[in-house]
Design a protein around this ligand. Structure first.
Ligand code: SF4
Length: 232
């Protein structure tokens, strides 16, 4: 159960992050399928590497379910080299393309309920909750929260997870944030974007609390600021 302060605190964090980072056009892709493919390309790699692989696929004219399925596994894997794990990614992209085709195409899938589409995506090889939610959020514009590592890290460090008494695991955080933001797809898309940007800019594996504008709102930042400066 979420305490009211938890919702207000999260909205405050989001407002502060949204003032600092621009989330406009944050998931650049030209088509719905390109967005879906992007969710696989970005698994466990840097965005820049995934973007390089996406450019290669686009230049080869392969960013469609039909064209992907006409391509050899070896050829596809070679194009995906920039983002690493290229054979695994090739298999996953092909599985995604088959899934789209077998279910009547993207327009047909767009009519599914969010719950049904999420369940079906989770059945596709290589698609876990984070990838499924990124696809739902950006490719199908559904109001779902992507509780990725950046979000869990910031929520844990800031104390927000403690406030709502949730363990640091994907599903409860996903559900808790969904409840707070409800049907607000735009806010959920922007929230994910600014959390990622902050995780890359300051709240890295070694946090940059000394320079962080969230320090007053963050349990870790407040502790850091109480610490005496080195040499005192
Ligand atoms: S104050 Fe530190 S721990 Fe808190 S959000 Fe900023 S960088 Fe992360």
């Amino acid at each position: 159960m979420i305490e009211p302060a938890g919702a207000a605190e999260l909205r405050g964090l989001y407002a502060a992050l949204a003032q600092r980072y621009d989330s406009t056009g944050w998931w650049p892709a030209r088509t719905r399928f390109e967005m879906m493919a992007g969710a696989i390309l970005t698994q466990r790699t840097r965005w820049e590497r995934a973007a390089a692989a996406a450019r290669r696929l686009r230049r080869a004219g392969l960013l469609s379910p039909a064209r992907l399925q006409q391509t050899s596994m070896t050829g596809l894997a070679a194009l995906l080299r920039p983002c690493g794990d290229h054979r695994t990614r090739a298999r996953r992209l092909l599985a995604l393309a088959r899934f789209v085709t077998e279910h009547g195409g993207l327009n047909s899938l767009a009519r599914w309920s969010t719950a049904a589409l999420r369940d079906a995506l989770l059945e596709v090889a290589g698609i876990g909750p984070e990838t499924a939610d990124a696809i739902l959020l950006y490719a199908f514009r559904r109001p779902v929260f992507v509780a990725d590592a950046y979000a869990l890290r910031l929520f844990g460090r800031s104390g927000w997870l403690g406030r709502v008494r949730l363990p640091s695991r994907y599903a409860p955080v996903h559900r808790a944030v969904n409840r707070i933001f409800g049907d607000d797809h735009r806010a959920l898309a922007a929230l994910h974007a600014v959390l990622v940007e902050h995780g890359k800019a300051l709240c890295r594996s070694r946090p940059g609390c000394a320079d962080c504008f969230l320090a007053d709102r963050c349990r870790t930042g407040r502790r850091f600021n109480r610490r005496p400066a080195p040499g005192r």
